[in-house]
Design a protein around this ligand. Structure first.
Ligand SMILES: NC(=O)c1ccc[n+]([C@@H]2O[C@H](COP(=O)([O-])OP(=O)(O)OC[C@H]3O[C@@H](n4cnc5c(N)ncnc54)[C@H](OP(=O)(O)O)[C@@H]3O)[C@@H](O)[C@H]2O)c1
Length: 330
């Protein structure tokens, strides 16, 4: 007998939803079943692109479809809390884009609701499921590069979007930290753990969000992480982890599927063989399907505790750097 397919609903069919669905297409036991948009024409267009059976002109109709098992929430950050609750209240499991919500208070509310309803809930921190990122963690934990002394992670792009776009728009949760700087913070927390202390300075732009932000994490002894994100300056999007006996170098677009290598202090380069499939978004989706089939409410790979640690760190950084969203108080 064929395995039961988990039926996905897509809420907010925009830029990332297209990437995610391209990944979902290679996941076993998963079907892109329904799409919900504020606009029925958008929903129909997206459904046509991905062969989804149902298209709805509202999110409310999508969450009420009795055949949908799990919903991928892909709206701008300010709406993650509201839309995740909408799904959970209607009995749907949820995979919600990063940042999970605007602050720790909202994330705690989402987790409490998932517990109350006994439903699966996970933050779509896709990089945590990628073979390059997982392998780097294994190399560090095995001691292969010795004690880590420095981590650098940059995610800096020059955005061509107008100031009204969600990347710059304060009312839509704009700013580099919550959108792309979150990856740098995630990497340091995942690879090195929680810092002992930190400093952060934001370059606040004309829309009063952080167009750029520099963050320093201080770890045990003299180890540091240097993290930088920006929407106004393009740099190589690279990360390096410097240990006493070698460094791990992630290639450009470090947060995506890509190569890593170890470079020894004498210059010797050791490539790290890795295998990838799909466009990378398939890995997080596979985990969701697996967890739902096993009756779990959270993933052990990207657990609620992991998401809380991340959002609490982002809240602290925002306080330190003066990044305020009045409707989403800290
Ligand atoms: N994991 C990743 O690699 C990755 C990459 C990019 C973004 N993201 C995250 O995914 C989320 C969405 O990003 P995106 O770039 O896909 O955004 P987007 O294309 O600007 O918006 C996504 C969709 O949200 C819906 N929406 C609902 N209310 C909206 C409003 N007030 N303004 C604008 N759109 C609204 C729209 O769909 P309808 O109008 O059709 O309902 C829109 O197409 C963000 O939280 C972002 O951080 C993740």
């Amino acid at each position: 007998m064929a395995a039961r397919k988990i039926k996905w609903g897509i809420l907010g069919p925009g830029w990332i939803a297209r990437k995610f669905c391209a990944g979902l297409k290679v996941v076993d036991d998963a079907e892109i079943f329904a799409v919900g948009s504020r606009n029925i024409d958008n929903a129909k267009k997206f459904a046509g692109e991905f062969n989804a059976k149902k298209a709805y002109g509202s999110y409310e109709e999508l969450v009420k479809d009795p055949d949908v098992d799990v919903i991928y929430v892909a709206t701008p950050h300010i709406l993650h809390f509201e839309h995740t609750l909408l799904c959970l209240d209607n009995g749907k499991h949820v995979l919600c884009e990063k940042p999970f919500a605007m602050n720790g208070k909202e994330v705690r509310g989402m987790i409490a609701k998932a517990k109350e309803k006994n439903l699966f809930l996970m933050e779509a921190m896709w990089s945590k499921f990628l073979p390059n990122v997982i392998k780097a963690k294994g190399i560090i934990d095995s001691g292969e590069i010795g004690k880590v002394k420095l981590l650098t992670a940059y995610f800096s792009v020059k955005s061509d979007y107008p100031l009204e776009h969600r990347q710059f728009n304060k009312d839509l949760g704009g700013g580099s930290l919550l959108d792309i700087g979150i990856y740098n913070v995630f990497l340091s927390l995942f690879l090195l753990g929680k810092p002992e202390s930190f400093k952060a300075i934001a370059g606040m732009g004309v829309t009063d969000v952080d167009f750029s932000i520099g963050i320093l994490f201080k770890y045990k002894d003299e180890a540091l992480s240097v993290l930088f994100s920006s929407f106004i300056a393009a740099s190589d999007v690279v990360a390096e982890v410097h240990g006493e006996t070698g460094k791990i170098v992630f290639e450009h677009l470090w947060f995506c599927p890509g190569n890593i290598k170890i470079v020894r202090p004498n210059g010797e380069v050791i490539p790290v063989p890795l295998q990838f499939k799909g466009n990378g978004y398939n890995y997080e989706a596979e985990e969701v399907v697996k967890c739902i089939k096993e009756g779990k409410t959270q993933s052990e790979i990207m657990s609620w505790g992991n998401s809380l640690e991340l959002i609490d760190m982002l809240d602290s950084i925002r306080k330190e750097a003066g990044i305020i969203y009045p409707k989403h108080d800290l």
